[in-house]
Design a protein around this ligand. Structure first.
Ligand code: SF4
Length: 314
C-alpha cells in the first residue's frame, strides 16, 4: 500500500478556545498593551508565544498584576476566590472562561445549594478542576484515579452526584463512573454531558481512523488535557504508535520507519496552521496523499465576553 495520511475532522480549535484567543487579541486592540492574562489563556505553546509577542503578559496569579490593570481570565475558568482577589486589587477583568466550563460551575453551585456531595471527576492540579472545585469547596471531592474512588466519604449516599472536567477521555470517565456507582448505587448524573462536544468529537474522529494507522501524530502541548487524551484514545483504538508534538520539527524521522498510514489530528487549543506545517513535513517524507476522515461538522460559536463587547467599536 502507498504511504498516506488520514486527517481527522473535527480537529483543532473549539469554540471556547477561539473565543478566548480572540478575546485577548481584541483586548490588545481595544485597550493597548500590556494586557495581563492569568494562566495560559489556552494550553498551547504557540498561542501563548504569539500573544506574548503582541503584548500579552501571562501571570500565574492576580497578585502579579499591577493594581488597576486589565487582566483576562483564561478559558479554563476561575474560582470565586480569584474574582474576589482581583476585585480587592481593583483590577479590571475580562472573563474568557468557556461557557461550557461555566455550565459545570453552575451545576456545582446548584448541587451545593441543594446540599449534595459532589464527586468531581478530573485531573488533580488542572486549572479547570481548581476553578470548579472552588465554587463549592465544602461539597466537592475530586476523583482522579481508581484509588480515589475508595477514598470518597459522603454524608448521605442517596444525595450524591458526579460532575466532570470538560476535557477528559469519555471512555475512562465512564469507567470511573461505574466504579463510583458500585459504591453509591443512587449516584446521580450531571443534568447534561460535562465532557464538552469538542473533546468528545475529537476523540470519536481519532477512534474512527486509529485502527487503520501505524502511527497517529497529535499536535498539541503537553499540558493540554484534551490533546494528551487524544494520544491515549489513538493507542486504545488500535494505532500502533502515537505521539504528541507541539511543532512538526519535533517529529523524529525514526517514528516513520516502516509506517504506511499516518493519522493526524490536533487538540482543541491548536491553530490549524500547525497541522498544515506537519502535513508539509510529512509530504516531504513521501506522505503527500491526504484523506480527511470526517465524523462531525461543528458549527458552534460563542459570543465574546460581555465586558469586552460593551467597549468594542462596532
Ligand atoms: S475544550 Fe470544550 S470546554 Fe474547553 S474551551 Fe473548548 S469547548 Fe470549551
Amino acid at each position: 500500500m502507498d504511504k498516506r495520511v488520514l486527517l481527522a475532522k473535527p480537529r483543532g480549535y473549539c469554540a471556547g478556545v477561539d473565543r478566548a484567543v480572540v478575546t485577548v487579541e481584541k483586548a490588545l486592540e481595544q485597550y493597548g498593551a500590556p494586557v495581563y492574562v492569568r494562566k495560559e489563556i489556552v494550553h498551547n505553546k504557540h498561542v501563548v508565544e504569539t500573544l506574548s509577542r503582541r503584548g500579552a503578559i501571562f501571570v500565574n496569579e492576580t497578585d502579579e498584576v499591577p493594581e488597576g490593570a486589565l487582566v483576562v481570565f483564561s478559558a479554563h475558568g476561575v474560582s470565586p476566590m480569584v474574582h474576589q482577589e482581583a476585585a480587592d486589587r481593583q483590577l479590571r477583568t475580562i472573563d474568557a472562561t468557556c461557557p461550557l466550563v461555566t455550565k459545570v460551575h453552575n451545576e456545582a453551585k446548584r448541587f451545593a445549594r441543594e446540599d449534595y456531595d459532589i464527586l468531581l471527576i478530573g485531573h488533580e492540579g488542572h486549572e479547570e478542576v481548581e476553578g470548579t472545585a472552588g465554587e463549592a469547596p465544602e461539597h466537592i471531592q475530586l476523583v482522579d484515579t481508581a484509588q480515589d474512588v475508595d477514598k470518597v466519604v459522603v454524608r448521605d449516599p442517596s444525595k450524591v452526584v458526579w460532575l466532570s472536567q470538560t476535557t477528559l477521555s469519555v471512555d475512562e470517565t465512564m469507567i470511573r463512573v461505574r466504579q463510583l456507582q458500585e459504591r453509591f448505587p443512587d449516584l446521580q448524573e450531571p443534568p447534561s454531558d460535562d465532557i464538552c462536544y469538542a473533546t468528545s468529537n475529537r476523540q470519536t474522529a481519532v477512534k474512527t481512523m486509529a485502527p487503520e494507522c501505524d502511527l497517529v501524530l497529535v499536535v498539541g502541548s503537553k499540558n493540554s488535557s484534551n490533546s494528551v487524551r487524544l494520544v491515549e484514545v489513538a493507542l486504545q483504538a488500535g494505532a500502533r504508535a502515537s505521539y504528541l508534538v507541539d511543532y512538526a520539527n519535533e517529529v523524529d524521522p525514526a517514528w516513520l520507519e516502516g509506517v504506511t498510514t499516518v493519522g493526524v489530528t490536533s487538540g482543541a487549543s491548536v491553530p490549524d496552521i500547525l497541522v498544515m506545517e506537519l502535513l508539509e513535513f510529512l509530504a516531504g517524507h513521501g506522505y503527500g496523499d491526504v484523506e480527511e476522515i470526517t465524523t462531525a461538522n461543528e458549527k458552534i460559536a460563542f459570543a465574546l465576553p460581555r465586558e469586552l463587547r460593551k467597549d468594542m467599536v462596532r
